[in-house]
Design a protein around this ligand. Structure first.
Ligand code: NAD
Length: 352
C-alpha cells in the first residue's frame, strides 16, 4: 500500500491557502482545514476542502495523518502540541515558534508522541540560493570572505498581525527566519562567533521593518543579512566576495548576474595611477578588460516538492528529515541573540 500524506491545514489564510493549492502537486491529499475566521472557512469550502471551526473535531477528521500549521506565529506552539497529542505528524510554518524554550517543548512532545515535527523552510529550495551555493561550494570565486544576502522591497508598513510584536510580527521573524536558515544550512558545522544586529522601524512603529545583521563565522566568511521594506532602489539579492572573484545574483529569478574572476595575463594590472572624477587612484582604477573574465550564473535543478516527498519517506522510515529539529533550534537561538544584540546596542560574542 502506498503511504500518502493526508493533510489538514490549520489557519487557512495566505499561506494555508498556498499549501492547499500547491501540496497536491507534490502528491499530497488535502483533506480538511481549520480556522477561527468564518470567512476563511467559507473560502476553504469553496475550494472543496471540508472546513472546521472547532479544533477537536478537525483533529478527528477521518484519515488525516499530517497537519500543517499556518497561523500567526504566537499560536504555533500550542497548536503544534495539540496536533501531536492527537497523533498527527506536524509541519509548522516558519518561524517554528518565538523562543528556543518553546521549541524544546514542542520537540519533546513530538518525541513522546513518536510523530514527525518539522518546519516549512521552503526557501532552501529557492533557485537564487541554490545558484549562490553552487558557485561558492564549487570554489569558483576562491575562498569566500563575505556573503551579503539581501531582500529589498517598497511595500512599507505591515498589515494585520505582522505589525504586532505579541503575534510574532516584524521582519526578523518574517523574511529573517528564511535568510538565516539558508545561511546556517550552508554552514552547519561552523560556529557563529559574533552577532551584531540593528533593527529599525521606517514606517511601522511597533516592529522591525528594516534590519541589518552581521554574523561572524569561525574560520568562515562574514555574513551580512539585510531586509528593507521601504527601499526604492534594489541591491542584488546576493553579493559574494571571494579571493578569486566576485558573485552577484540580482534577483530570485537568476535572470541577471554572474561571477567575475581575474584572468592572469602578462598585462600588469593598474600599474598606473588613473584620474577619476573622485581624484587619482590606483587600486580603484578600472581593470583592463583582458585581465578579467565574466561567467554566467550556472543552471541548477531545484524542486520544492522534495520537501513533501521527504516527509513521506520519513513516515515510511526510509529517510531522515531534511528540515531537522536541531537546525530549527540553531536558527531560533540565533534570532534570540539578534534581538538581544539590537536591544543592548552592541555586538555579542556567541557560539551558535
Ligand atoms: P494570514 O494572516 O494570511 O493567515 C493566518 C490565518 O490563521 C488566518 O486565516 C487566521 O484567521 C488564522 N488563525 C489565526 N489564529 C488562529 C488560531 N488560533 N487557530 C486557527 N487559525 C487561526 O497569515 P499568513 O501570511 O498565511 O502567515 C501564516 C504563517 O505562515 C506565519 O507563521 C507566517 O510566518 C508563515 N508564512 C510562511 C511563508 C513561507 O514562505 N514559508 C510565507 C508566508 C507566511
Amino acid at each position: 500500500m502506498t503511504l500518502k500524506i493526508k493533510l489538514g491545514i490549520i489557519g487557512y489564510g495566505g499561506m494555508g491557502h498556498w499549501h492547499g493549492e500547491y501540496a497536491p502537486r507534490a502528491g499530497v491529499e488535502v483533506v480538511a482545514a481549520y480556522d477561527v475566521d468564518p470567512k476563511r472557512l467559507e473560502m476553504a469550502k469553496e475550494n472543496g476542502i471540508p472546513a472546521y471551526d472547532n479544533l477537536d473535531d478537525f483533529l478527528q477528521h477521518d484519515g488525516m495523518n499530517f497537519v500543517v500549521i499556518a497561523t500567526p506565529n504566537d499560536v504555533h506552539k500550542e497548536l503544534t502540541i495539540q496536533s501531536l497529542l492527537a497523533g498527527k505528524h506536524v509541519m509548522v510554518e516558519k518561524p517554528a515558534t518565538m523562543s528556543v524554550a518553546d521549541w524544546d517543548e514542542m520537540v519533546a512532545e513530538s518525541e513522546k508522541a513518536g510523530r514527525i515535527l518539522t518546519v516549512h523552510q521552503n526557501r532552501r529550495w529557492d533557485r537564487d540560493y541554490r545558484v549562490m551555493r553552487k558557485v561558492v561550494e564549487e570554489g569558483k570565486i576562491g575562498d569566500v570572505l563575505s556573503i551579503e544576502s539581501r531582500v529589498f522591497g517598497t511595500g512599507g508598513a505591515f498589515f494585520g498581525w505582522r505589525s504586532f510584536p505579541e503575534y510574532g510580527g516584524g521582519m526578523i521573524l518574517d523574511w529573517g527566519v528564511h535568510l538565516f536558515d539558508q545561511l546556517m544550512n550552508m554552514y552547519p558545522e561552523t560556529k557563529v562567533t559574533s552577532v551584531y544586529a540593528k533593527l529599525m522601524t521606517v514606517l511601522d512603529q511597533k516592529v522591525d521593518d528594516y534590519f541589518k545583521v552581521t554574523l561572524t563565522l569561525e574560520n568562515g566568511p562574514l555574513l551580512h543579512v539585510e531586509v528593507g521594506t521601504f527601499a526604492f532602489y534594489k541591491l542584488p539579492r546576493w553579493y559574494v566576495i571571494g579571493n578569486d572573484g566576485t558573485l552577484q545574483i540580482d534577483d530570485f529569478d537568476c535572470k541577471s548576474g554572474g561571477y567575475m574572476k581575474p584572468r592572469y595575463t602578462d598585462t600588469p594590472v593598474a600599474e598606473v595611477v588613473v584620474m577619476t572624477t573622485a581624484g587619482p587612484t590606483r587600486m580603484m582604477a578600472p581593470r583592463p578588460p583582458e585581465t578579467k573574465e565574466d561567467f554566467p550564473l550556472p543552471e541548477v535543478e531545484t524542486d520544492w516538492t522534495e520537501l513533501y516527498a521527504n516527509l513521506v519517506e520519513v513516515m515510511k522510515g526510509n529517510e531522515e528529515l531534511i528540515v531537522k529539529p536541531h537546525q530549527v533550534r540553531r536558527v531560533l537561538e540565533l534570532i534570540e541573540a539578534i534581538f538581544r544584540s539590537a536591544e543592548e546596542g552592541r555586538s555579542l560574542d556567541v557560539r551558535i
